[in-house]
Design a protein around this ligand. Structure first.
Ligand code: SF4
Length: 479
């Protein structure tokens, strides 16, 4: 089956079926039935009773939401057929490809009894044309950046050593990045067998760039919004919302899949899952997916008043699942969807990722701004990404992830609804940071280390969250 899946003809046939006006209905129904069967349905109690039912249900409605998105986009003519074919192939390859066929991955696996991470998040440049309130990266207009040859080498090494197929560009603003007259689209053109996601403020795209993105076929932008016009402009600046909508129109016209990225804060948490918000973006603007990141006090504005409370987080969890199921939308809640991915995915975990910033600093996670090494130093000392992966701080986190619940059946692990060592188990994080050598990414991360008030607030948040989320875990996932 794998050899069929690797064949370009397989995706050609699938796309032909999906784009045929009569065949699409049957193809979609066939895939939906397959999903229901795989993840258990009321007609298949035997299969679903063997596994955690809640988790099976979550996987099922998430998979269905992706299929519904595909169906809608083709029906509305929002997805170019050639792009769809390429994205389906790359996505399937990234998720199900046999990476052990790669000699280096096999060596890694034999040595470490673990697969290497399957994704890198890279912020190639600190530069950005906006100054958003609370930017986690505290971006500037003339920020640092990775020179082209370093960025290129990093991606080439990650492919060679770890068979990385998914790369996320974060910021600064990825489309602001330029080195030797090259940008992130040149990377996408060079690494055609990788799928790229770029978190963008959506203000720098134009017709020429949208055509280039369409030609690449392997990059999807996710535009940041904080709500509708008023909320977005309040945080990102006057006129930004309109520019973002302009970029969305360009994507739609070119048939490029694109998403939104929402920083959920204590003000907007109640609005960004409302029908009005979702209908506008998904049905009017043609958005394919939405990432929700709950505001975390790191970076430019360390202000606890914007962080959603533990109560708001739990409320968000139940509302987002309701909307995914009822509306068939592909919505991803970065923290609350811990059970779907086995908990925290940081520190180069199997099925997880590592983060590299504009200074070449390597960190376990975008939301844990403490560096364990630097790729410039790594190259100078003749080392590789494998050496960095072995760093004790990362090893500690990976070990914690395993003990906490990654790779275990729900009944034998801890509550994956609160998977984050930084946000939900801050005391744990503090112990590691005192014991093991790391370097704060910036001034803000450095100040935090000696800020007792900050730590108290984080620890108290974690305790309150446990009180609220543990009964939900017991009731929904363990019974
Ligand atoms: S450290 Fe926290 S934010 Fe980062 S991947 Fe783990 S759970 Fe997510």
């Amino acid at each position: 089956m794998n050899s069929i899946k690797n064949s370009p003809f397989f995706y050609k046939i699938i796309t032909s079926l999906l784009y045929g006006s009569i065949t699409r209905k049957y193809a979609i129904r066939y895939i939906e039935n397959k999903i229901a069967k795989n993840f258990g349905s009321s007609n298949n109690q035997k299969a679903s009773s063997k596994k955690n039912k809640r988790l099976q249900y979550e996987k099922k409605i998430m998979a269905l939401s992706i299929i519904k998105t595909l169906d809608r986009s083709i029906e509305r003519n929002n997805l170019d057929r050639n792009i769809a074919q390429e994205v389906l192939k790359l996505w399937a390859n990234a998720l199900t490809g046999d990476r052990l066929k790669n000699k280096e991955v096999k060596k890694f696996y034999i040595k470490n009894k673990s697969m290497p991470p399957f994704m890198l998040v890279i912020s190639p440049g600190h530069g950005c044309n906006l100054r958003c309130r609370g930017c986690y990266a505290s971006s500037k207009s003339n920020g640092q950046k990775l020179p082209w040859n370093v960025l290129d080498r990093l991606i080439s090494d990650a492919k060679k050593l770890w068979d990385i197929k998914l790369i996320v560009f974060s910021g600064g603003e990825p489309f602001y990045y330029n080195s030797e007259d090259k940008g992130i689209l040149d990377i996408a053109k060079k690494y055609k067998d990788c799928l790229f996601l770029a978190f963008s403020n959506g203000t720098l795209l134009n017709k020429r760039l949208s055509q280039e993105i369409a030609e690449c076929k392997n990059i999807t932008p996710a535009f940041s919004v904080e709500g509708l016009e008023e909320e977005t402009n309040r945080i990102r600046g006057e006129g930004v919302f309109e520019k973002v909508l302009g970029s969305m129109e360009l994507m739609k016209k070119a048939g490029i899949p694109f998403g939104i990225s929402v920083t959920v804060n204590s003000d907007n948490y109640n609005k960004v899952l409302k029908d009005k918000f979702l209908d506008f973006f998904f049905h009017q603007m043609g958005v394919f997916y939405a990432f929700y990141f709950q505001y975390l006090p790191i970076g430019r504005a360390l202000d606890f008043k914007y962080m959603p409370s533990s109560m708001q987080r739990v409320d968000f969890w139940s509302k987002i699942w309701r909307q995914i199921e009822n509306k068939g939308l592909f919505l991803i809640d970065f923290w609350n969807h811990g059970p779907l991915v086995g908990g925290c995915i940081s520190a180069g975990r199997e099925g997880g990722y590592l983060y590299i910033d504009w200074n070449g600093k390597v960190m376990p996670c975008v939301f844990m701004p403490y560096s364990i090494g630097n790729i410039y130093r790594m190259y100078k000392e003749g080392k590789t990404l494998n050496h960095l992966w072995e760093h004790p701080f990362l090893a500690k986190i990976r070990n914690w992830q395993k003990n906490y619940g990654f790779g275990k059946e729900a009944n034998f692990g801890n509550n994956l609804l609160r998977p984050c060592p930084y946000r939900d188990h801050h005391l744990e994080f503090l112990k590691w940071i005192k014991e093991l050598k790391t370097e704060p990414e910036d001034e803000s991360a450095s100040k935090i280390l000696s800020d007792c008030f900050y730590h108290k607030k984080m620890i108290s948040y974690g305790k309150k969250l446990a009180n609220l989320f543990d009964p939900v875990w017991e009731e929904k996932y363990l019974k």
